[in-house]
Ligand binder design. Structure first.
Ligand SMILES: *[C@@H]1O[C@H](CO)[C@@H](O)[C@H](O)[C@H]1NC(C)=O
Length: 507
C-alpha cells in the first residue's frame, strides 16, 4: 500500500519518534485503528470535580456527609472545593477541545437537581448548571455522555428511609431520571443509569468503607449492617431502579429524543493463580459475582446461576411485575476497566484472607504469584498494568451478552506522590502513556476481531478527588495545582491529542 517515498518518511519519522519517546519502543496505536464513528473522550464525576458543595441551592450528598467525618479520607480531603469545576467548567471544556475529543462522560449531582429527592421541588440552579455544561460541549462538537448517579446521592434519601436498602429508592431514582430526561434529553443522546453499582454496593454494604458504612464481621466492624444480606438487598433495588429509569426513558422519551441508555460496571479481569481446575473455577466465580451480578438480571431477568448455586435463597427473587419491568433491559454496556488480578480457590483450599470483596465467590483476589506482581504496579493498590485484561474483559462480556454495544467508560493510570512531589514529575507521566498505548492497542485488536465496542473514555480529564485516597492519587491527563486551580497538560494529554489526530509518526 505505502509507496517507497512514504516508507522512507515513515522510517525517518519513526526514528524521531523513538528519540522523543524512548519508553515507547513498540508500534503505537492509532486513531485509524478504530472505526470512524468511535467516540473518544475523557471522563469525570460530579463529586470528584465540582466542589461548590453548598452553592446553587444544592443539598448535602451522602459523600459530603461522609468525607466530613474524621479519618475517613486518607489526606482528610473532601469534595468541598475539589477542582472547582462548578465555576471553571468552561475552561475544562476548552481542555477537552484542545485534546480533540468528540465526547465527554460526566455525572449529574442528584443533590443539585433534587435537593430533597422526590419530597421536594426541582432546583432551577441545578438544571441551569448542567444546561450550561451541555451547551458548552455541543458548541465544541463534544457529545455529552451522562451518568445519572456516580456514587453521590442526596443524604435526604439515606436519612429518610435508608436509600438502597428500601424499595422506595426505585421511585426516587425514577423521578430523578424523568426530570433529567425531560430537562436534558433533547441534547443528551447517551444516558447511564449507574456508575459501578457493584463497587458502591460492596464497599457500602459488605466492606463498610464507603457510605453508608454498613457491614458485619469478618468484613469490618461497622456500627450497623449485615454483610451477608444487605449487599444483595441493595443490589436488588439498584437493578430495579435501573429498570424503572429505563422503562420511563423507553416509554416517554426514546422515540422523540432518539438516545440510548445503559449502565456502567466496574470490571476487573481475573486470571487463575495456578493452572489448576480449582483456580480456573475460582476465576470464573470471581467474574460471575462481579459484572453478571447486575447484568444477568438486567439482560436475562435473574441473578447468575453461578451465584444462585452458592448463595441460594440469600439472593432475592423477582416478582412477576418486577420481571416485566426488567424486560426493558438496556441499550449498551459501559465497562470501567483498569486492572487484572489472580484468583485463588477458597472452596477446596484454605489460607484465604477473610472478608474480601471476592469472599462470597469463594475466591481470593491476589496481585502476585510467587512474589511476582501480575503486571507493573501503579500507585493505586490492586491496580496493575496488564493490557491483555481489556481484551479478555471485552471478550467475556461480548460472549455472555451476545455482543451488545459496549463502551469503555473508564480506563486510566494513577500516579502517586505527596505535597513535595515536583510539578515536573507529575507532568512527565511516561507510565500513563505506556498504559494508554498498551490498553488502546488491545482494545483496537478486540474491536477489529468483532467486539461491538463504540467508544473509549480516559479516566480522567483532570486530577481530582479520588474517594478514600483523597488527593494523594492523580489520574488526570491534566495536572491540577490545588492551591491555584491552575490546570496543565501532562505528557499524556499531548500523547492522547496526537493519538486522536493520528499523528504519532509525525512527532
Ligand atoms: C435558592 O433558593 C432561594 C429560595 O427559593 C431563591 O430565592 C434563590 O434565588 C436560589 N438561589 C439560586 C442560586 O438559585
Amino acid at each position: 500500500m505505502a509507496g517507497k517515498a512514504s516508507w522512507r518518511l515513515l522510517l525517518l519519522a519513526a526514528g524521531a519518534w523513538l528519540l522523543l519517546w524512548p519508553p515507547l519502543a513498540s508500534a503505537a496505536v492509532h486513531r485509524s485503528d478504530f472505526p470512524a464513528s468511535f467516540l473518544f473522550g475523557t471522563a469525570t464525576s460530579s463529586y470528584q470535580i465540582e466542589g461548590a458543595y453548598l452553592e446553587g441551592n444544592k443539598s448535602l450528598s451522602n459523600w459530603d456527609v461522609f468525607t466530613h467525618l474524621p479519618g475517613r479520607i486518607k489526606d482528610g480531603g473532601t469534595g468541598d472545593v475539589a477542582d472547582d469545576h462548578y465555576h471553571r467548567f468552561e475552561d475544562d471544556v476548552e481542555l477537552m477541545d484542545s485534546l480533540g475529543t468528540n465526547a465527554y462522560r460526566f455525572s449529574i449531582s442528584w443533590a443539585r437537581i433534587l435537593p430533597k429527592g422526590r419530597f421536594g421541588k426541582v432546583n432551577p440552579a441545578g438544571i441551569a448548571f448542567y444546561n450550561d455544561i451541555i451547551d458548552s460541549l455541543l458548541l465544541k462538537g463534544i457529545q455529552p455522555f451522562v451518568t445519572l448517579t456516580h456514587y453521590d446521592i442526596p443524604q435526604e434519601l439515606e436519612d429518610r428511609y435508608g436509600a438502597w436498602l428500601d424499595a422506595e429508592v426505585q421511585k426516587d431514582f425514577g423521578h430523578f431520571a424523568d426530570v433529567c430526561f425531560a430537562a436534558f434529553g433533547d441534547r443528551v443522546k447517551h444516558w447511564v443509569t449507574f456508575n459501578e453499582p457493584n463497587v458502591a454496593v460492596r464497599k457500602g454494604y459488605m466492606l463498610g468503607t464507603y457510605p453508608p458504612e454498613r457491614c458485619s464481621p469478618p468484613f469490618g466492624s461497622c456500627a450497623a449492617g449485615d454483610s451477608d444480606s444487605e449487599p444483595y438487598a441493595a443490589t436488588h433495588n439498584v437493578v430495579l431502579a435501573h429498570a424503572t429509569a429505563v422503562e420511563i426513558y423507553k416509554r416517554k422519551y426514546q422515540s422523540k429524543q432518539k438516545g440510548s441508555i445503559g449502565i456502567v460496571m466496574y470490571a476487573a479481569w481475573y486470571e487463575p493463580l495456578t493452572d489448576t481446575p480449582v483456580d480456573r473455577l475460582a476465576a470464573e466465580r470471581a467474574l460471575a459475582f462481579d459484572v453478571p451480578w447486575f447484568l444477568d438480571p438486567i439482560i436475562y431477568g435473574d441473578y447468575p446461576p453461578e451465584m444462585r448455586q452458592l448463595l441460594g435463597s440469600r439472593l432475592p427473587t423477582f416478582s412477576p411485575e418486577e420481571r416485566r419491568k426488567l424486560g426493558y433491559k438496556l441499550d449498551f454496556i459501559g465497562i470501567n476497566h483498569y486492572t487484572t488480578l489472580y484468583a485463588k480457590d477458597c472452596m477446596f483450599s484454605s489460607g484465604c484472607p477473610p472478608g474480601q470483596e471476592t469472599t462470597y465467590a469463594l475466591a481470593a483476589a491476589i496481585g502476585e504469584r510467587n512474589g511476582v506482581p501480575i503486571g507493573p504496579p501503579t500507585a493505586m493498590p490492586t491496580f496493575y498494568v496488564v493490557p491483555d485484561g481489556i481484551e479478555k474483559t471485552v471478550t467475556y462480556i461480548m460472549k455472555r451478552y451476545n455482543n451488545l454495544p459496549m463502551f469503555i467508560t473508564e480506563n486510566g493510570y494513577a500516579q502517586g506522590g505527596d505535597g513535595y512531589t515536583h510539578v515536573d514529575d507529575w507532568l512527565d507521566d511516561q507510565g500513563r502513556i505506556q498504559y494508554l498505548d498498551g490498553y488502546l492497542t488491545k482494545l483496537a485488536k478486540v474491536t477489529r476481531d468483532g467486539a461491538d465496542v463504540r467508544g473509549y473514555f480516559a479516566w480522567s480529564l483532570i486530577d481530582n478527588f479520588e474517594w478514600l485516597y483523597g488527593y494523594t492519587l492523580r489520574f488526570g491527563l491534566h495536572y491540577v495545582d490545588y492551591r491555584t486551580q491552575e490546570r496543565k497538560p501532562k505528557s499524556s494529554a499531548l500523547w492522547y491529542k496526537d493519538f486522536l489526530q493520528n499523528l504519532h509518526e509525525a512527532q
